[in-house]
Ligand binder design. Structure first.
Ligand code: PLP
Length: 460
């Protein structure tokens, strides 16, 4: 494993638990946060820890505990917390120029070139870059608006289990029904079609003998005049679903969606906000299937920890006029400098190879083994370092078991491992560590997870 070069990026003593988490300082800060901040604050409700420092794939809390981080700030810290090359680039930029609207700057020009050079080949030669406001949701809003403007259509198609953000359009494209019930659809005519979630195939089929009924369903709704779904402005897809439970769709499914979109002249938006930036063992998740999208949304990992988001669009969609989508923070100069350093770091280390290898040779085999030993782990899946472990009440019925997952997550952080929970039923433990994770940290983290899962299982 060629991860010697990443060894010095982390706290050397991770994991190290000096006081049972949450320690007194964490408890105090979480309590004060509860009083002072909106009730909408989310992550500390599940992992009640206050953090002070991050290095590589490790985190230190305010009580001095050191954790292995299998969460990476929801898939942001791909090149690690406080990557020295990123920090240096951001510091230097900070002293030169921090904000400049969308005027050209040397760093903006460099970043545009770096992103273009890393795009899938067919897109690279036909793409334009649009820096949008800092979050992933902003990129999704931009993609929706662009598709609607180009097609003069109203509706959108998204996938069951899809997650695209929390602003009006992005939220409406997000499949989770709790949000829908509470906040109502905010844009009209959004329809959801099945994703290739093979563990729970709604057509009762088994991959690979399934003939991709799920993709055919999309074809059906587009072609049946009585399906209730008018031709949409775009189809939005995650090539590997993130919040839906780290679900890697088979490549052929992605290719089928591309084919159907093309045959119906519907732009395909590939949401790479979570699965992009090497997360799945290729620079972009769509590269596994060889599919070229019309629009790509990028955020999370691109800024190396600083907020930045980008829309890549096929040149022929660049039909809107000057000022059609202006904004004050359309590409923050310091985040752009961090992004140039991030992309160079990724290229220099061919990070995709490291990610693919750790996923294939360490995570998946070890977790498969654990599944064999467990009564409650129904499915293990993933690509690269975007991994899901789905817990069920029993393997026959596959009845989801979200409660056990919260117990396992707690047992993990108490032993020094930070994880994420997701999935349709919130019954999936998700691993999305910084991609500079070493083999040793990966193995230690998986050992902690195994011990936590077995410990919780023993109480059932
Ligand atoms: N799209 C995908 C695939 C995501 O995973 C996320 C966030 O998790 C978003 C969009 C929204 O990004 P943000 O939280 O930065 O608004």
């Amino acid at each position: 494993m060629s991860d010697k070069k990443f060894e010095d990026l982390h706290f050397p003593d991770a994991p190290r638990i000096v006081v049972k988490p949450p320690g007194p300082n964490s408890r105090d800060m979480c309590q004060r946060q509860d009083i002072l901040e909106s009730a909408a604050v989310s992550y500390p409700k599940a992992v009640p820890i206050a953090f002070e420092e991050g290095r590589g794939a490790t985190l230190k809390d305010v009580d001095g505990n050191v954790y292995i981080d299998f969460f990476a700030g929801a898939g942001v810290l791909n090149v690690g917390h406080c990557n020295p090359e990123v920090v240096e680039a951001a510091k230097q930029q900070m002293e030169k120029l921090t904000h400049c609207l969308d005027f050209p700057t040397p760093v903006r020009m460099k970043l545009t070139e770096e992103i273009l050079a890393l795009l899938p080949e067919k897109l690279r030669n036909n793409a334009k870059i649009f820096f949008v406001a800092p979050t992933g949701s902003d990129a999704v809003e931009t993609a929706i608006k662009l598709a609607k403007f180009n097609t003069r259509r109203i509706g959108m198609i998204s996938f069951e289990g899809g997650y695209h953000g929390m602003t009006a359009g992005a939220l409406t494209l997000t499949a989770n029904k709790e949000f829908k019930k509470k906040f109502m659809p905010m844009i009209p005519e959004v329809h959801f079609v099945p994703y290739a979630y093979c563990y729970r195939c709604i057509f009762g089929k088994e991959y690979p003998d399934c003939d991709f009924e799920c993709a055919k369903y999309l074809e059906h709704v587009l072609e049946d005049p009585d399906s209730g779904v008018v031709e949409p402005a775009a189809i939005i897809l995650e090539a590997v679903q993130g919040e839906g439970g780290s679900i890697p769709a088979p490549d052929k499914f992605i290719r089928e969606i591309r084919r159907i979109a093309s045959e119906h002249s519907i732009p395909l938006i590939d949401d790479e906000i979570q699965a992009g930036m090497c997360r799945t063992g290729k620079m972009w998740a769509c590269e596994h299937s060889g599919v070229t999208p019309d629009i790509m949304t990028i955020s999370k990992g691109v800024g190396g920890g600083l907020p930045l988001s980008v829309v890549v669009l096929d040149k022929r969609l660049d039909t809107w006029e000057k000022g059609a989508h202006v904004g004050t923070f359309r590409g923050h100069v310091v985040a752009m400098a961090a992004a140039v350093a991030t992309l160079r770091f990724i290229k220099k280390h061919k990070l995709w190879d490291h990610v693919a290898k750790l996923g294939r040779e360490v995570f998946l085999p070890r977790l498969e083994e654990l599944k064999g030993e467990s009564k409650y782990i129904g499915d293990v899946r993933g690509k690269g370092m975007m991994i899901g472990v789905e817990f069920v009440k029993d393997k026959e019925s596959k009845k989801p078991w979200p409660e056990i997952v919260r117990e396992v997550q707690k047992a993990c952080y108490e032993k020094g491992l930070i994880t994420e929970v997701g999935g349709h039923y919130q019954n999936v433990i998700r691993f999305l560590p910084p991609l500079v994770l070493t083999k040793e940290l990966a193995e230690t983290g998986i050992d902690i997870f195994a011990e936590a899962a077995k410990g919780v299982e023993a109480t059932k």
